[in-house]
Design a binder for this molecule. Structure first.
Ligand SMILES: Cc1ncc(COP(=O)(O)O)c(C=O)c1O
Length: 499
């Protein structure tokens, strides 16, 4: 660190020269961090409350120097981080805060614009529209789709379902839901919890979501969907929307979107596709079969902050019903009226938030820096690495894979000996000790997970499938190489021997 600067003057911002000096130091720190992050433990080792207890109880009365701030960041904050930008971060959905994306974030913070209406930053509104048209084309989606950036997929889905509600019950905007029948949203039992949260927030209630059973590859069963809708109609329930997922959270399974589209059309329901993670793979022509039918959807969410190398947060909502979305949310008080009101569109009209960060810059930088071909090659490589890891699991006695690998996530578990015997005996005597064996397998897999994560060399997460605890390896970081996965596989096998 450079020597501390003099204290700030009593008023005014940090002087530009001081900003320049510390800006250079901070960027050097960032570049060094990105180069050495692999040497840090992926999962933070602090205990709950430990980090906070290292902070002073009150804000400083007198300003401190940037040197003190950066020193505390390095010494206190960094050890209390779980390093999502570590190449062996393989938990949840692994993501990348890429170089061009980070630069975009820095510039967005520097100009600090709030593109709530067009004139509060014309480039904020127009760059977003433009870059989302680029992305739409890269994903092979039709030209009629309108895109808007939200902070997360949870909000994108909520906003889409609000538009579906508006289509079904336009009066609800003024009158609320009282007096209306129960509304229902259909999704699979593997759908992300954000769909249920959206239903809660939109006034449908948790019971406003009906979870349709999946097949043995964790895909929504279209016939059961049709039967569920019919049953609800007979019971006086009002079906509103279907949410299909391309890349579910636990296993990355893909609902049969083309068949689900037909059912949605048959009953005149809004079809929303949650492709928050999987959507990125649509850049690859060879992956398009997984997406068959999604071009017919009423709305789609894809998160560049998941598998498109854009720092959190950046979620893209596409819809072919821009006007319905606008009508669901638009509300313009006098102080936000501008002369261009009818001449262009205003981003405040497509969700709850008025203020919004200039998120399009980082996505623009990412798409331009890597280029379409560069993005395709990187996603292709992640899929290749996942298949390679899956083959290793398949080839190893004592381990089993629990789901197909359509994208870059592998779900598997260790089968302890007692469990193996039970599975071999199955049919002959589905005996009373089944629960005991399952819980023993769960205990062993949890112990394996804990050991690997405690090593600091890799970080994995888990899910539960058919009652079984399952381990997940998700590949999505740009610096993940075969050697990280080989080391993780060694760690898993060593942990299995010790658990
Ligand atoms: C399929 C799917 N949808 C939605 C979400 C929620 O994403 P966000 O954190 O952007 O709200 C996730 C998160 O992992 C997901 O896997």
């Amino acid at each position: 660190m450079a020597p501390d600067s003099p204290l700030h003057p009593d008023t005014g911002d940090m002087p530009p020269e001081e900003f320049r000096e510390w800006g250079h130091i901070a960027v050097d720190w960032m570049a060094d961090y990105l180069a050495r992050v692999e040497t840090l433990p992926v999962l933070s080792r602090v205990r709950p409350g430990e980090f906070r207890s290292s902070l002073p109880p009150r804000a400083p009365e007198v300003g401190e120097s940037p040197g003190d701030l950066l020193r505390d960041f390095e010494e206190k904050v960094v050890p209390a981080l779980t390093h999502w930008n570590h190449p062996a971060f393989l938990a949840y959905f692994s993501v990348t805060g890429s170089g061009p994306g980070i630069l975009g974030e820095m510039l967005a913070a520097t100009v600090n614009v709030n593109a709530m209406v067009w004139r509060t930053s014309p480039a904020g509104t127009e760059l977003e529209a433009h870059v989302l048209d680029w992305l739409r084309d890269l994903l092979g989606l039709p030209a009629g789709l309108f895109g808007v950036i939200q902070d997360t997929a949870s909000i994108s889905s909520m906003v889409a379902l609000a538009a579906a509600r508006h289509r079904a019950w336009p009066s609800a905007r003024e009158e609320g839901l009282s007096g209306l029948p129960r509304g229902r949203i259909y999704t699979s039992e593997q759908a992300h919890s954000s769909i249920e949260k959206a239903a809660i927030a939109l006034g449908f209630g948790h019971k406003g979501v009906r979870k349709v059973e999946t097949d043995d590859a964790f895909r929504m069963d279209p016939e059961r969907l049709r039967a569920a809708i019919r049953e609800d109609l007979e019971a006086g329930i009002h079906p509103l929307a279907v949410v299909a997922t391309v890349g579910t959270t636990s296993t990355t399974s893909v609902d049969p979107v083309a068949e689900v589209v037909e059912i949605a059309r048959e009953f005149d329901l809004w079809l929303h596709v949650d492709a928050a993670y999987g959507g990125a793979a649509a850049v690859l022509p060879e992956m398009r079969p997984h997406f068959q039918g999604w071009e017919e959807a009423d709305s789609i969410v894809v998160n560049p902050h998941k598998w498109l190398f854009t720092p959190v947060d950046c979620s893209v909502l596409y819809t072919r019903h821009r006007e319905e979305l606008r009508q669901a949310f638009s509300l313009t008080p006098e102080y936000l009226r501008t002369p261009e009101m009818d001449e262009t569109h205003h981003l405040m009209d497509y969700g709850v938030a008025l203020g919004r960060r200039f998120r399009a810059i980082k996505l623009w930088f990412v798409l331009r820096y890597f280029g379409a071909e560069g993005i395709r090659e990187r996603i292709r490589e992640h899929i290749r690495l996942a298949r390679r890891f899956a083959e290793q699991v398949d080839a190893e006695a004592g381990w089993e894979r629990l789901a197909p690998v359509p994208f870059s996530t592998v779900v598997f578990r260790f089968v302890p000996r007692s469990e193996e015997n039970r599975e071999a005996d199955q049919g002959a005597d589905q005996g009373a000790d089944q629960g005991a064996d399952d819980s023993e397998a769960d205990r062993v897999n949890q112990a394996i997970l804990d050991r690997v994560n405690a090593s600091g060399e890799a970080f994995l997460s888990h899910t539960r499938l058919g009652g079984k605890l399952a381990l997940r390896v998700a590949i999505g970081h740009l610096n993940t190489e075969a050697r990280h996965l080989d080391r993780t596989w060694d760690l898993l096998r060593e942990a299995a021997l010790e658990s």
